[in-house]
Every structure is written in C-alpha cells, then in structure tokens.
Design a binder for this molecule. Sequence first.
Ligand SMILES: [Zn+2]
Length: 165
Amino acid sequence: MKVTSKRCAYCRRLYRPDSRTRKHQRSCRRPACRRARRRQKQRRWRARNPDYERSRSAKRRVWVKAYPDYYRRYRASHAGYRARDNERRTRGRRRATVSANVTAWRHIIVEKTRKLGVAEKPGMSANVTALSRRVEALEDCLRSTVEAVVSAKQTGIAAGGMLAG
Ligand SMILES: [Zn+2]
C-alpha cells in the first residue's frame, strides 16, 4: 500500500502532501508552518550566500545617503513597521546588556578562581578542564538569571547593580 501522508517538520502532525511536490515538501499547509519553513530556507540561503547581504547593505548605505528622509517618512507612515522595529531595537539593546553583564561576571569568576589558586597548581589540566566546565555552567545560569532580571526591569540598571554589589 502506498503511503499517502507525511509528518510536518514543524508541527509534527501528519498531513497529505501535494502529489507533485511530495518528495521535497517539508511542511503542512498551515500558515504558521509555511512561515517557519520559509524563514528556515531564507536563513540557510543567507548563511550559504554571505556576500549577498554584504553587497545589499553596502548599496543600501549609498542609497540612504542620497535619500536621507526616506526612512524617517517611512517610519512616520507605517505604524506597524515602527512598532516592530522599536521592539527589535529594544531586544538588541537588552541582549547587548545581558552579554556585557555575563562577560563581566565571567571575568569576576575567573579572577576569583585564579586567586584561590585552583588552576595554578602543577599537573592540574584535568582540574582546569573541570573548572572551565563549571565556569561555563555558572555562565549559563547567570545568563538566564540576568536575562530574567533585565526583561523584568526592562533596563540594564538592576543587573548592573547586581554586579556592583
Ligand atoms: Zn505543520
């Protein structure tokens, strides 16, 4: 008996693929799955073609210089875009804050463990590996903590205060 259904790579539900594209089809017809499929394809394509993005953004920079008001007007007349873009910028700033805090924490941990002299005794390479694994685990833990604090407060001030204390 011929198998007529496939499993969607995105929602994991069974679906009936289009008979003409059954070999290549990866997602069911749900809009969310199609969007996920499209985003994944685009991400992969851009990863394989890094020059495309570079050349596009170089051209865009030149173009923006010639039309300095374009984005200001575009933002003014496209409220949806403006909201999404503001959200994206906030996320970026938040991520940068978290990164900076985690880096600072890492320095503190490395510095404190160095002062303890754990990594400096001879013939300790196994311990050093174990130690660096511990530092990484701590870093993961700190990252999620700092992320939670930063997103709760919406600023980097609280996490920065934690560092100083
Ligand atoms: Zn699906």
